[in-house]
Design a protein around this ligand. Structure first.
Ligand code: FES
Length: 110
């Protein structure tokens, strides 16, 4: 097990997260205000932009993100850190940005 540092840009919040845990589960434990809903990679509410670092999120790609989106965005409910990270919470892939702005992240395919 390897422990990584996850920093949230803009807020300065920093948590540690092992490569065996999801980033969202650690956010919830630490009281970080990361949005989420389904916790199974379907709603995309927990999205964050990857500013720096790498994540392991094969399940997120299988469910909610395209391969291309997964290079720049992470679903924190599915993602485990693969390096130290800098993330920008509340940033969504362009393909769903309009739906989220309307308060309907789950309607990404509408
Ligand atoms: S909480 Fe729904 S995709 Fe992560």
């Amino acid at each position: 097990m390897t422990e990584y540092t996850v920093e949230f840009v803009g807020t300065g919040e920093t948590i540690t997260c092992s490569d065996k845990r999801t980033i969202l589960s650690r956010c919830i434990e630490e009281g970080i205000a990361q949005e989420y809903s389904c916790r199974v990679g379907m709603c995309l509410a927990c999205s964050a932009e990857i500013i720096e670092g790498e994540v392991e999120q094969q399940v997120a790609v299988a469910r909610g993100l395209t391969e291309e989106e997964a290079e720049h965005y992470t679903l924190t409910c599915m993602a485990r850190p693969a390096s130290d990270l800098k993330l920008d919470r509340g940033k969504y892939p362009p393909s769903i940005e309009g739906d989220v702005a309307d308060g309907d992240a789950a309607a990404a395919d509408d």
